[in-house]
Every structure is written in structure tokens, then in C-alpha cells.
Design a binder for this molecule. Structure first.
Ligand code: PLP
Length: 343
């Protein structure tokens, strides 16, 4: 499998470094009949949970790790609510690096931390928030053998922009993109990708719509949120690293950043599983919750729209058990009892 570095080598600059891959990118772009009908538009879902470690983070990580290897780094370090650590430790395992994960103690979806553990990462749980963890990581930047792979790493954005190329390659230009926003690296990357392809192939640029969770919506409110709270752990961010770039993307594209409530997120999370057969983690459903909530005010009707569904539902089994479970029928071990339920 080629991976994004080989697939888009004219647009992802790695200098003299040797391309690597774990088969990231090339994720499904599925038309949602349910959403298309519901808002009377042409709605597609980019299923990023199909990346090697189960989220879009692999697109950026492969480029960051490619450059880390080229620059003879030995250790990958990140502060992470989960998916960045899962991704970093997977690539570290494959390419012979050490990974060190700095996380806030508690408040982490188990599925994600168990990935990092399985990949053999050093897990360091600090007594503090995600933002505290990120501050410590920033200070490690000056040590020679260490590569910081948080979204402040510019190669992450370079890799993540490949998702925009894939969309344009597959279905051509679109009117709007709806995407969850946490640290705002991904919305920044898509916007960069769309602009670079526009320069090359003369596409119309889409409007960019970012969606934060109500309890973690610093960009919407215009101020840092001290203790962000939401069921959507992957976007529980109070002080986004790429705040300015996100504002630039939505302003330049004439889109917007809005918030959606946890119950709106859960509703979309459930519908995505029940109507589209896509099992995502709660944060991943924020873009769809936003699409539905703002479909009238932003006149989404009649448009061609892509919703980015960022990560795999298996990462957060606690939430699915709580909010999207179904009954288990306990019956005798005979065909008649079973048929009664089936019929
Ligand atoms: C990282 C992540 C996000 C948020 O992306 P940002 O680039 O931080 O805005 C959303 N969903 C999932 C599943 C993630 O892993």
C-alpha cells in the first residue's frame, strides 16, 4: 500500500527524506442517503476511522515520523487526549522509535490509551489538564533526540491536508465542509489542502464549517475555556493550538465556527451508526450534529457537502454502552425461542 506521502509527493514536501507508510489515507468517502434526504442536499462522509490506528491523526503522524527518522530523532513525545498518542506509538513501534505519551490523569477514553499501551509507549500521567500537558511538551522541544508530534508539529498539518486532496480527486469540488474542531489542526490542514489543489487544478473553494462542543468552545466564545467539559473527549480542548489558523480558514472561506451540545452530538453519533452503518467516536459526530443544527441558517439545502468523521467508535466503548446500546434478549437454547425474537 502506498500511503499519502507517495500518493501526493508533489504536494507533500519531505525534502530528501525516505517516504514511509502504514497504509494511511485512502479512506472511504460514502454518500449518506439518510443525511442527504434529511437536509435535502448531497452529503458525503469521509470515514477517517479507517486509518491504521483508527483516526485521521495517522495522516499527519506519517509525515512527522518520516522527518523525525530523517533527522535521526530517537523519541516521539506528545501530549494527547488519546488519538495522537495511539497514532504516535503505532508508528514508533513500526519504525523503531521510543514513544512517550504525556496525558492528563483520568478523563481518557480507555480504548485509546490501551492502544498506546499495546504499542509499548511510555505513558506518563500528569496531575493536570491537557493544556498543562501541552505546556510541558512545548518545553521539551529543545532536546536533540526528541521530536514533538503534537499538532504544533508543522509536518502534521502537511500530512493531514491529504484528506482534502482525496475528496477533490474522488468527487470534485464541493460547496461546504463540516468538521469537528478541537486543537483546530485538522480544519487548518483541510483549508491548506483545498487551497493548494485550487492553485494547481482551479477548483472552487468550499466554505469551511468547524464545530466545537458547547462545553469546550473557546473559538466560538472568543476566550480560553479553563475547564472544558464534553462527552466528546477528542475535542475537549480549552485553548486550541491552531486557533488563529482556524479563524482564518472560516473567515477566508466565508464559513463559520459554531457549537453543538452533547445531546446533539450523541443524537448524530447514534444516527450515524443506525442509518449509515458507521461507528464513530462521539467527537467525530460533531460535524454532522452541526450540519443538521445549522442546515437552515447556513442554507445547506441543495449543496454538495462533506462531513469529516474523524475516528473509530471502538475507541470509546463506554460511550456506546451508555448511549447507543440495544437490548439483549435472553431466551432458552432452542429454535422456537430464538425465532420468536427474530420475527
Ligand atoms: C484530534 C481529533 C479531533 C480534533 O481535531 P483537531 O485537529 O484537534 O481540531 C476530532 N476528532 C478526533 C477523533 C480526533 O482524534
Amino acid at each position: 500500500m502506498n500511503g499519502i506521502i507517495e500518493n501526493y509527493k508533489e504536494l507533500i514536501d519531505i525534502g530528501n527524506a525516505r517516504p514511509i507508510s502504514m497504509g494511511e489515507g485512502g479512506t472511504p468517502l460514502l454518500r449518506s442517503e439518510f443525511l442527504s434526504k434529511k437536509i435535502n442536499a448531497d452529503v458525503f462522509i469521509k470515514v477517517e476511522g479507517c486509518n491504521p490506528s483508527g483516526s485521521f491523526k495517522d495522516r499527519g503522524m506519517v509525515v512527522a515520523v518520516c522527518m523525525a527518522l530523517h533527522n535521526k530523532k530517537k523519541v516521539l513525545v506528545c501530549a494527547s487526549t488519546g488519538n495522537t498518542s495511539a497514532s504516535a506509538s503505532a508508528y514508533a513501534a513500526k519504525f523503531g522509535l521510543v514513544s512517550a505519551i504525556i496525558v492528563p490523569n483520568g478523563n481518557i477514553a480507555k480504548g485509546k490509551l490501551s492502544q498506546a499501551m499495546a504499542f509499548g509507549a511510555k505513558i506518563i500521567a500528569i496531575d493536570g489538564s491537557f493544556d498543562d500537558a501541552l505546556n510541558i511538551v512545548r518545553k521539551l522541544e529543545n532536546y536533540d533526540e526528541i521530536e514533538i508530534v503534537n499538532s504544533i508539529n508543522p509536518y502534521r498539518i502537511e500530512g493531514q491536508k491529504s484528506a482534502a486532496f482525496e475528496i477533490l480527486d474522488e468527487i470534485g469540488e464541493i460547496d461546504s465542509l463540516c468538521i469537528p474542531v478541537g486543537n483546530a489542526g485538522n480544519i487548518t490542514a483541510y483549508w491548506k489542502g483545498f487551497k493548494e489543489y485550487r492553485d494547481k487544478f482551479k477548483f472552487k473553494l468550499p466554505k469551511m464549517y468547524g464545530f466545537q462542543a458547547e462545553g469546550a468552545s473557546p473559538i466560538v466564545r472568543g476566550e480560553v475555556v479553563k475547564n472544558p467539559e464534553t462527552i466528546a473527549t477528542a475535542i475537549r480542548i480549552g485553548n486550541p493550538a491552531s486557533w488563529d489558523k482556524a479563524n482564518e480558514a472560516v473567515t477566508d472561506s466565508k464559513g463559520g465556527v459554531h457549537s453543538v451540545s452533547d445531546s446533539e452530538i450523541v443524537e448524530s453519533y447514534k444516527n450515524l451508526a443506525r442509518k449509515d452503518g458507521i461507528f464513530c467516536e462521539p467527537a467525530s459526530a460533531a460535524g454532522i450534529a452541526g450540519l443538521i443544527k445549522f442546515s437552515e441558517s447556513h442554507k445547506f439545502s441543495g449543496q454538495k457537502i462533506v462531513c469529516v468523521v474523524t475516528g473509530n467508535g471502538l475507541k470509546d466503548p463506554e460511550t456506546s454502552e451508555k448511549h447507543a446500546s440495544s437490548d439483549i434478549f435472553e431466551v432458552g437454547a432452542n429454535i422456537n425461542d430464538v425465532l420468536k425474537i427474530i420475527r
